[in-house]
Design a protein around this ligand. Structure first.
Ligand code: NAD
Length: 476
């Protein structure tokens, strides 16, 4: 596939390519241009030229186009899900959910088309003021490979409905679904240059975008380390930034929790998308009195998970998305065994045999008796490995849960309203769930505290991130 700049499919200035590999089979699916600084400049130029005419359309007209695009995506859901599974690795059912998520987010922002307007403010001593909300201009979106379709919607929904134009950089491993979705937006009537996609490495395409003086706002989703680099570069141009970064979400299971539900929540929370979700359950804290029963049930659930090629029937967990991630997980588990930092209850290996030999598969893994300083509790483990820690009280669980630089999500599992309230109040996280984990919705603000980032996506709040507020004061 080619990049999409100014409504045209284009090759990179450098005539080089990135191979896109199916992580379940190692097969080459396609290749995309390896974009350069020159390509970024071309895309920013296209987005700048398209801005004034897109900004002068009414929000309702914009909603009409986005709504049409959502309809086409819905019709082509099955085909898009296959493409997403082939490049990302997730089971087909998860890929279909993600495409539905894309549609829901777009339609949600279409519904907000009439909602953003300024205010009239009476001012003492013969005067009044009013405010006007204006789009910012050219915005940039940089996205990761774990949920490329959903996160694309989180960026383009609020950016485009509010009248901005956009240059989006997909992750190097998963650009195909993004490029196809962008071509559907063109088919639905989006004018040339309003949405541009530049493929290529983060250090070149990502950094050039952040540095470009014509880009007014950066919306970045990815690792905390990359986020810091983006923030540093954006600061010199005083650009607005949203950073949606990593997490190490804790799940707290009290002794009065419904253990069957908690086991199901932990299985989905950790192993959905092969553990590669920013708000995955990455640390489990369970009350001692129910720990043995809980761990036994969880182990049985993990042993029942069917791993394999996401395109095959009845698969619960696909491969990791890429070699770097696979090597990291293998090395992490080997390190735990070597340093005796926990007991592997189940999993812990690369499955053996021909079926697995060309994919980035790793067994779903449960580790208990994990000491506080273990890498499993300190790093963001982006893969199918779950550490479990026994605790005596809720205070101890909260103290351990908060012992992290991250603050994205957290869940507390209890039937006791007081315990739930203490959890909501004391857990350091942007999103707190009660008796569930992972659920997100377009209507609900999403984002973290600490090293999990700055700003919020989803909900009406995300719109204000893409609008400039101008105040006018009059004397009467
Ligand atoms: P990453 O930081 O390696 O890459 C993210 C994007 O940034 C990619 O498109 C990459 O090419 C680009 N990039 C890399 N270096 C860059 C640079 N120097 N300047 C500009 N752009 C650059 O992250 P990843 O491995 O693709 O994704 C996994 C991470 O994303 C995890 O930490 C995960 O928790 C996080 N994530 C967060 C959220 C959230 O909403 N909080 C959602 C999904 C994923």
């Amino acid at each position: 596939m080619k990049m999409q700049i100014g409504g045209k499919s284009v090759e990179a200035c450098g005539c080089e390519y990135l191979d896109i590999i199916n992580p379940a089979t190692g097969e080459l699916i396609d290749r995309v241009p390896r974009g350069t600084e020159g390509d970024v400049e071309m895309a920013v130029e296209a987005a700048s030229s398209a801005f004034s005419s897109w900004a002068s359309t009414s929000p309702q007209q914009r909603a009409g186009i986005l709504y049409r695009a959502a309809g086409i995506v819905r019709q082509r859901k099955d085909e898009l899900a296959v493409l997403l599974t082939r490049e990302q690795g997730k089971p087909l059912a998860e890929a279909k959910n993600e495409i539905e998520g894309f549609v829901n987010v777009l339609e949600y922002y279409c519904g907000l088309a009439s909602s953003f307007h300024g205010d009239f403010i009476p001012v003492p001593q013969n005067g009044y003021a009013f405010t006007v909300k204006k789009p910012l201009g050219v915005c940039a979106a940089i996205i990761p490979w774990n949920m490329p379709a959903l996160i694309m919607a989180w960026k383009i929904g609020p950016a485009l409905i509010s009248g901005n134009t956009l240059v989006l950089k997909p992750a190097s491993n998963t650009p195909l679904t993004n490029l196809t979705l962008a071509s559907i937006l063109s088919e639905a009537g989006l004018s040339a240059g309003v949405l541009n996609i530049v493929t290529g490495p983060g250090e070149v395409v990502g950094e050039s975008l952040v540095k470009s003086h014509r880009v007014k706002r950066i919306s970045f989703t990815g690792e905390a380390g990359t986020g810091k680099r983006v923030a540093e570069l954006a600061a010199s141009g005083m650009k607005r930034v949203t950073l949606e970064l990593g997490g190490s979400d804790p799940m707290l299971i009290c002794d009065d929790a419904n253990l069957k539900d908690a086991v199901a929540g932990a299985l989905r929370g950790r192993f959905y998308n092969c553990g590669q979700t920013c708000t995955a359950v990455k640390r489990l804290f369970v009350f001692e009195s129910v720990a043995e029963e809980f761990i036994k049930k969880l182990e049985a659930g993990i042993r029942n998970l069917r791993i394999g090629n996401g395109l095959h029937e009845n698969i619960d967990m696909g491969p990791l998305n890429n070699r770097r991630q696979w090597e990291y997980i293998k090395e992490l588990v080997a390190d735990i065994e070597e340093k005796d930092e926990g007991r592997i209850v189940t999993g812990g290996r690369v499955p053996e045999g021909n079926v697995w030999s060309r994919g980035y598969f790793f067994e779903p893994t449960l580790v208990e008796d994990v000491p506080g300083e273990s890498r499993l509790l300190k790093e963001e483990v982006f893969g199918p490995v779950l550490p479990v820690v026994r605790v005596k009280t809720l205070d101890e669980a909260i103290e351990k849960a908060n012992n992290t630089c991250y603050g994205l999500g957290a869940s507390i599992w209890t039937k006791n309203i007081d315990r739930a309230r203490i959890g909501f109040e004391q857990l350091n996280a942007g999103i707190i769930w009660l008796n569930q984990h992972l659920k997100v919705a377009p209507e609900v603000p999403f984002g973290g505290t600490g090293e999990s980032g700055i700003g919020r996506e989803n909900g009406p709040d995300a719109l204000s991130e893409y609008l400039d507020l101008k105040t006018v004061m009059l004397k009467t």
